[in-house]
Structure formats: C-alpha cells, structure tokens
Design a protein. Sequence first.
Length: 465
Amino acid sequence: MKYEEIQAKTEFIVNNPIRHFKPEELKGIIERYHKNHPKSKEIYERMRKIIPGGVEHNLAFNHPFPIASKRVYDCYMETVDDIIMTDYLMCGGPIILGHQYPPLIKKVVETIQEIGPCHGITHEYEYLAAEQLQKHFPSCEIIRWLQTGTEADMLAIRIARIFTNRKWIIKIGGSYHGWSDQLTYDMHVPGTKLLESHGIPKPVLKFTDSCPPNDIEELRRMFKEKRRIAAVIIEPMGGESGAMPTRPGFNKEVEELCHENKALMISDEVVCAFRLHMGGGQAYYDYTPDISVFGKIVGHGFPSAAAIGGRSDVMAICGAGVTGGKRAYSGGTLAANPLTCAAAYWAIKFVEETNATEIAGHAATRLSSGLNEVFAKYDLPWFSYNFGGTVHFQTSCVFGLNLNDPKQSGQIPIRKDFMGEMGAALVDQKLISVAGSRFYTCILHTDEIIDETIQKIDNICQKIE
C-alpha cells in the first residue's frame, strides 16, 4: 500500500467515529478470556503484589489482564493454561528465524558450556560479531556493543553532542528511542510532548525537541531557529515501527539537511535491522547515517544485545576504558559478553543464509493483503500494510491523531481502549499480537498458518457493529 493511500485511510478513520464490537460479542470475548486463562489471571494477581502494575513488559498484552507464557517454540507461544497461540509478537520483533531455532540454540549452548557466558574482558566473538554486522551496514565503520537499544540511543546523542560541540537533539514526533530521560519526549502519538515525561525535571529536556512526522520544512525551520542542533534521530519506517509511515524520500532529505547544517543523522535500526532489509532502514530507504543504533534484533532475542556504529571519526569520540580528553563515557560489565556476541554472530549469519528477511516479508505481504480483503468484505474502513516482516493492522489509528484538532485531541483514551479490546479478540482467536495492532512474521509463518490467521481475523470482523 502506497504512502498516500495509507495517509488517506488514516485521515478517514481519525475523522470518523470508530467501529465498535457488538456489545454481546465483546461480552462473550471478555468472558471467554477469563474462563480460558485462569492461571494467567492468578499469576497476574500475584504479580500485582510485588511487580509495579503486575506486568514488566511494555509489549505485553494486558486487557483484561496479561497472558502468562509457559514456553515458546517455532512460531507459537504456549500459555500457562496450556493454550497454543500463533505468535506474531516475536518478542517485539527480533525473532525472525522462529523461536528456539535449532542451529542458533546449538551455537549459544556451546558458547555457554565451552567458553562461558561472561568474562569481563574481550573475547574473539566481540570482533567476529562486529565484522558480521558491519558486512551489512557499511556506514558502521566502528562498532561498540552495548546491552539495550535505550543505552545505544543514549550513547548516540552523547557522541553527537561532543562531536559537534552542540546541544540540541531533534526527534520525530511519535517515535520511540528507548526510555532515557532525554528521549522520553513526544512518544507514541505525535504532539504529546511532555505527556509521558513524568519524573524528569524539565531542564533535562531543555535541549530535546521534536518535529512533526514527514515535515521537512518544519525541520528546516528548526535548524534556522536553533542553529545549535547536534543531531536528528529517526525511526526509518516512521514512528512506532511504521505506524506513522515515513514519506518516500523523507529520510534522504533529513540526511541532506543534517549535513548542510553540519549536524549528525542518527538512524535507530532497533526494529529495521534484518527484519526490513539485511541492511536495515538505511539500505531500504537509501540514505547514509552518521550513527546507527541497534537493539534486541542483533542478538535474535538473546539478552543484553545492542550496538552502536558509525563513521570512524564520529565513533572516535566513544571512549575505550578509562580515558582522558573529550570522550563519551559508556560502560557495562555485561556488554560484548561471549554469549550475546556469539548469538549476534550466528543469528546474522543464519538470517542471511536462510534468506529469512525475504521469507518473513513474503508472509507479511500475504497476511496484509488477506486482511485488506477481509476488511473490504465487511465494509470496514480498517486497513493493513507491511514493511518487510512488520505488519500494521489499523482499526482505531490512535497514532494518527492530530492533537491540534479539538475533535481528535480527546480521542486517545477511546481509541487506545479499542486497541485493548481488539487485542482481547485476537487472544480469543489464539493469536498473540503487539498491542492489538501489529504483527511480526518469521520464516515459520507458512502460507497455511497465514491463511488460518486471515480466517481468524474474518471471525473477528463478524463481531463488529
């Protein structure tokens, strides 16, 4: 689906009342949810006593309560209530070979048994994994391993400020770059600004600002007004992994504008690397960033996996060990441990050898096309599109709301609640999604499984007023 069509369909949905479940159908969905998942509910009640909110994971589905998993395998999740779900959460995106991919598991187990998971000093897997990553991201002349995408983004803006001797960081409204103080700003829905910045003193965000999605003229104006911009950081596909898609050519325009003004461009490849393209968003959209950041996807879901890479002169700012001079301090005892780096090395190798990016992309395209046929069948304004192995399933378009429009500004809770109801309906059909609006595919989502999923979405559509 082309950008212009996505924009037009989004505008239609946000400017009209959302379509709701028939009351009796929604009641049945929630009743079955409680009946079919008693152990998950029991775990949730126990979690609430010791874990904030009773849930740890931002991507965990939690309406009317979170599902608890017992195990994952292939493209499935088995819950504690022994229900087998088709998994489209894929741990938030990094699983593209399928859960428990045997060759990868074998290599990681060998690393643990024969090498040891963490040494505290350099091991050869550190440079082997870096070379493997660099093979597909030539813009990353120098690479440093970290532990989370949040850390990678923190270090990226610190490097940019030192390298340029400037302070301002500009992000695109609605984009997510982890939860560090200086980037917890204008997240999820463009224009929310400080809405989710509680506990962060305003002076900390003094030099963070946001530009509306795809508005290159506004970004140009910001460069003229502030003059001291160190970097612009982007999600290549657009905010929320493409829920607000990037206009064709926008990323290249950002690159050119940054370089015209001697600022750096930071590409957040946490979701795009290997899933969208082997060379990530920068290869797919044809631009060359100064800094790239990577998260969980480089280790195929194994813990403590993240990296930052970039031009050698820029990355020279990144300190090594205890150093003097103007260096961007970073650390982490577990960073670059043999387990994570072995997982990254072999995962990237296996993704390339299996053609996983293309296979997962084929499954996603087939799923997206099938969903659009179902929506048309029931005369619903909903729509679906995909970027590689990432499928968006738009029903309420909460991320597309215009907060400057008084008719839309109060719609966030209503449309978010509907996404929760949709998530419950998907669970009712034994499907695990991301927040009731996104699906990540892997190489094990076969045509047969995709057909079954499309039929299950058809079942859901029959329950809409």
